[in-house]
Design a protein around this ligand. Structure first.
Ligand SMILES: NC(=O)c1ccc[n+]([C@@H]2O[C@H](COP(=O)([O-])OP(=O)(O)OC[C@H]3O[C@@H](n4cnc5c(N)ncnc54)[C@H](O)[C@@H]3O)[C@@H](O)[C@H]2O)c1
Length: 330
């Protein structure tokens, strides 16, 4: 930070679980100060303001007018994206939007139009794209023949007493695919290209459906990429310990991206790989957002809103396939 630049004035809309995670990282950034925290639950915004500084608000537009932040993190649930992003865009304020970009493609298109018109620096929080091991995998993939992709995402939030209730409602969270598989499927798009066709199965293997649980807890997804490469993705919210693996299978060997351990292993021809770069993608994504918002240059940001909508379309097609029992073409 140059003395002339001053501190980056950050505001946050939606002060729940992920906001707290970002705030813990932001606390360690000397050049960033939190100036405003907004939540429809005033007590939550006030508690965070007390802990992290800044003033508490219940209305995003009012906060942006009063605090004039240098950038804003939108950490609301996916069904509450348009109003805060519109408020940021109307004022020319750069924004970071947590994933997924919205709850439906229809809502996402409305946001996309607002963002395109405003032309502000922005990004979507697909943090895995920022990992050094992902850059390394992209380099190692060059010139090789990809045969197939195997992806596994296992974890057990359904059994955590602090898991917010709205995640268990399909109509609110979109379930494990919209909320979480989108991270893995977005990274597969980033590494391997766009998706043409989707087929998915969903089951309640560890939960009982009812008014409080309208999601399936376990899903199996098959994707056909535009290149013709096939992808299988197994997902569950009902398994511990957690595991997040993407395995790239080549004519020349294989690479495994372990997205829990942040480790890349594999064998390609005579080369053997076992690398753990040690970077934290949650820190990097915020750092790059702050730098981009300061400079007005979004080149280092890895995910535009419009590109995020493509990943959204994939997981929503998978959810439709679970409901219909049929493949969905994108
Ligand atoms: N990148 C990641 O690893 C990661 C991890 C967890 C959550 N997320 C994403 O972050 C988003 C939030 O998830 P969470 O776990 O923090 O949920 P949460 O329920 O803990 O927090 C959401 C907060 O937003 C507030 N809110 C709702 N509507 C609002 C509105 N219109 N204006 C202001 N505040 C509003 C709620 O009161 C709540 O405090 C989701 O989209 C989720 O998928 C991302």
């Amino acid at each position: 930070m140059s003395a002339a630049q001053g501190k980056f004035r950050l505001a946050i809309v939606g002060t729940g679980g992920i906001a707290e995670y970002h705030l813990a990282n932001i606390r360690k950034m000397d050049d960033v100060e939190v100036v405003g925290l907004c939540d429809i639950e005033r007590s939550r915004a006030e508690a965070k303001a007390k802990e992290h500084g800044g003033r508490a608000y219940t209305d995003a537009a009012q906060m942006l007018d009063a605090e004039k932040p240098s950038g804003v993190l939108v950490c609301t649930p996916p069904f509450a994206r348009l109003a805060p992003i519109q408020a940021a865009c109307d004022r020319g304020i750069p924004f970071f939007c947590e994933k997924p970009p919205a709850a439906s493609v229809e809502d996402a298109r409305k946001v996309e139009a607002v963002v395109a018109k405003a032309g502000v620096v922005h990004t979507v929080g697909f943090m895995y794209r920022h990992l050094e091991l992902v850059d390394r995998a992209r380099d190692l993939m060059k010139g090789r023949t990809l045969l197939a992709v195997r992806s596994t995402f296992l974890n057990g939030p359904l059994f955590s007493p602090t898991f917010p209730a709205w995640f268990k409602l399909e109509e609110k969270s979109g379930g494990p695919l919209l909320d979480q598989a989108i991270h893995a499927l977005d990274l597969i798009r980033y590494l391997c290209g766009d998706v043409k066709r989707v087929f998915a199965l969903g089951a309640n293997r560890a939960t009982t459906r009812g008014p409080d649980v309208t999601i399936t807890d376990t899903q199996n997804v098959v994707l056909e990429l535009a290149s013709g490469v096939g992808v299988t993705h197994n997902h569950t919210w009902a398994s511990e310990p957690a595991r997040v693996h993407i395995e790239l299978l080549f004519r020349e060997g294989h690479l495994l991206l372990d997205l829990r351990e942040y480790r890349l292993t594999g064998k390609l021809n005579k080369g053997e790989y076992d690398e753990k770069p040690g970077d934290d993608c949650y820190v990097t994504e915020i750092r790059r957002f702050v730098q981009a918002a300061r400079s007005g240059d979004g080149a280092a940001l890895r995910s535009t809103y419009a590109d995020g909508v493509k990943s959204l379309a994939v997981v929503l097609a998978a959810n439709r396939s679970i409901a219909s029992g049929k493949p969905e073409t994108l």
